[in-house]
Design a protein around this ligand. Sequence first.
Ligand code: FE2
Length: 374
Amino acid sequence: MSKNAAELEKAQSINEIAVDGFDHIEFYVGNALQACYYYHHGFGFDLVGYRGLETGDRTKVSYVLKQDHVYLILTGSLNATSDVAEHVHQHGDGVKAVGFRVRDAKGAYETAIARGAKCVGKPVEHKDEHGTFISASVQTYGQTVHTFVQRADYKGAFMPGFTAIHEKKGKSLGLAAIDHVVGNVEVDNLETWVKYYQDVFGFYVYQYFDASDISTQYSALVSKVMANKSASIKMPLNEPAEGKRKSQIQEYLDYYTAPGVQHIAIATRDIIATVGELRKRGIEFLTVPQSYYDELPARVGAIDEDLSKLAALGILVDRESDGYLLQIFTKPVQDRPTLFFEVIQRKGAKGFGKGNFQALFESIERDQAKRGNL
Ligand code: FE2
């Protein structure tokens, strides 16, 4: 039995909290208005909802952005003392909540609490003329939370309390769905968090990587991917491993000052078109040397895409037994070297681009060295 099958069997003995998929990602940011401009114009999201002073919210302001199945919420503070202000003060701009879409938010919450999760927000039923929306939140790594969202009976803009916006359509760049959300946790704490996702949510170890898979001369990491059985939720967890110099995971932890979300991977059906347009709009990506593309045909074999187009855009390719995947990583999207995005197109492959880790780490380290953090 493979290790994955063994883990799956084990997980099946724990009743999994039924999660349909990612619902949304909420960011706490220093200036939600300007962050909104970045995701609307840079990434092509529609601005679909707003909450703030005009809607009676006196302490926070939020913008909801949507592209196909991806919802992002950008929340800023209207004062110096809100939890948003405190979060931004500690961590800079970053992810506060990873929403899980469920059919029964109260049930999911009660199960999670009974299994040891810490409460962040008890179930609340929000109602307006568009229907009923139920949400509840539990703590995960660092100050990050998981919000259970039950929205099957809600037809309005995002959730009650938000006013719908219709005139701010972005030009869709093909960003279709959240593929996975990666967290960085403290050194020697990976197993604690793996156990947390197993015990509380009933998730299982979908894949794992150790330092022999992911290491360069300087940095190394250990990673385990937690997933639900349908694999609609995939959450890799990284911890720094021993290297000659500072691991990129440690650099993140130093600047975020806590565990947190390291990257959000968004799936597209045409990565060449998506990345071409993102680049035109000024979104910056990590680069790999031309030698990566010289070696690519021997490493991945025949692929449908034109290699010269991939090289021009800096898109990476990895082959696995079931197919291949194409992926690319942005540079950090805020002042601190913390959160970044990945754009991914899967053509059969179910993994995370292990074959690219080496090239990628070297690219990250080049930038880390420029920041004086290597
Ligand atoms: Fe990733």
